[in-house]
Unconditional design. Sequence first.
Length: 205
Amino acid sequence: MEKFTILKGIAAPLPLVNVDTDMIMPKQFLKTIKRTGLGKAVLFDMRFNDDGSEKADFVLNQEPYRNAKVLIAGANFGCGSSREHAPWGLLDFGFRCIIAPSFADIFYNNCFKNGILCITLPQAEIDKLTAQAQKGNTKGNDFTVDLAQKTITTPDGTVTKFEIDDTRRHNLLNGLDDIGLTLQHAEKITSFEAKQKAEQPWLYA
């Protein structure tokens, strides 16, 4: 998993409440087990008409938000079913950070396991960040999310502090998903297997 240290990029405003995982990643895109290529399906019904053409008034179809790395969302983001394809798609689109007043628990956990930082802030702070994002921040005048310092800096220089669980923060800073955490104990695992193989060889027959 890619480390998350300092993220600089465009922030896209999506001030809608109760955006569920079926909206984020519609069911017709769940057939694949690949984590790549799903960016085109993110918020598909909001982004595209029935004929496949783009909806011009949707934020992710507008410049500069096509290249957004930060999503500023509404309350209860990621509610609904526990489909991991939702964070896969968001990550493939380019999002590494989602900021919202609240998240659905399973979606929240899945995001961290896939390298996406979820930040929870009071609605008043979200409103301020959304207003900044709606101004159309561009490259060179980006939002900056600093995980080490636990700060969000907007294009006008305003700094907002956020809190995050120490374990999740450590894992993101070091690029550790569940497999990476397990492999930190690789020597102990190898030693145990060697001992077990000598004492109980029938398990390896």
